[in-house]
Design a protein around this ligand. Sequence first.
Ligand code: TMP
Length: 393
Amino acid sequence: MKKINFLNLGKHPITNNFLSTANPKNEFFYNLKLSYHTETKLISLNNFVPPKKMFNNRYAHRASASMTMRKAYADLAKKIKKKFNPRSILEIGSNDGVFIKHFSDIQNIGVEPCKNLADLTTKMKIKTYDKFWTFLLSKKINKKHGKFDVIYSANTISHIHKLDETFKAIENSLNEEGIFILEDPSLLKSLQKLSYDQFYDEHAYVFSITALRNITKKSGLEIFNIEELNTHGGSNRVYFKKKTNKKFKISNNVKRHLSTEKKYGIHKFRTYQIFAKNVNKSKESLIKIFQSIKKKKKKIIGYGATYKSSTVLNFCKINKNYINYFVDTTPTKSGKFTPGSHIPIKAYKGISDDVDYAFLGAWNFKDEIYKKEKKFIKRGGKFITHVPYPRIL
Ligand code: TMP
């Protein structure tokens, strides 16, 4: 059993650490390296960043910042009610309540270690534990509220370093016929789109179905259904049940996903060596695009100061020399500077008329952005993206 390193993305800051100055002192950096686990085929960061450095009272990300996500969570809540009719629901990583608020008619509990976010949902009268998800917390919650019909967790389990304990705690908090729904970026999609920006401090893991099955083999849980989503550039919604629960049949799509991943070579180290080579080529080509635009003295801004973009900017060493500033709709990001690359972030008020190019930090919201930026596009403004390969759109 061994972790083998396959890609070194260099030194990176805490993606959530939006700075109040362009010249910070003692900014924290760590080595962002990716590794492959020979037994479970799990892809992870080589060295993890201490959780309290990332998830704290200053956490900037608001899950409800984009219309696409607000609608996706509202639709999912409706679907869960219709399909499973739960009497109780627990969300691990409840963020600003964008999902869990739709369940105020039943027992709805949130777990959210970032206190500034937990305070938001507490104010919305949702019982929220401002704690990290652990076995101990699951015992405490069970004692107070009983076990749950549904446990839901989007973009959070991939952030938790101790996966065995995490799944054990989930199993412990589920009713016998309860289900656990996990939503996280898809490793297959990240490889196919060459979206290396899926890797950053918070994403300790990017899951394949293959690895998820392997790491939960020892637990009492099993996968019974999978849905593919467009969110975050391609995610999987994975449904787990207790192995003892015969109420839900295992869908054929589980086998189908495993076989698609096998065909792609998700289990082979060679696949990751090829990925690493292509990521380095992608870097060179993106830098060339920025350089050639700058040579023509054109103005480039960034659109969406996302966590993903932090990986791209820091890996490709793109800074203020290339991007004048970012625009972003999240109020807590505006007036700040991007971590590591120190580019100013302005509150979004449309794209100003002197901008020639906008680098799509939020490339996964391209459709939403294109709808909004018709005027920019009409007057000849262009977007730059790096997925699936660097180009001007
Ligand atoms: P996320 O990819 O982590 O959800 O973050 C998306 C970020 O992009 C968030 O800070 C909001 C920003 N954003 C914009 O500024 N404008 C937009 O039109 C969209 C869709 C996102």
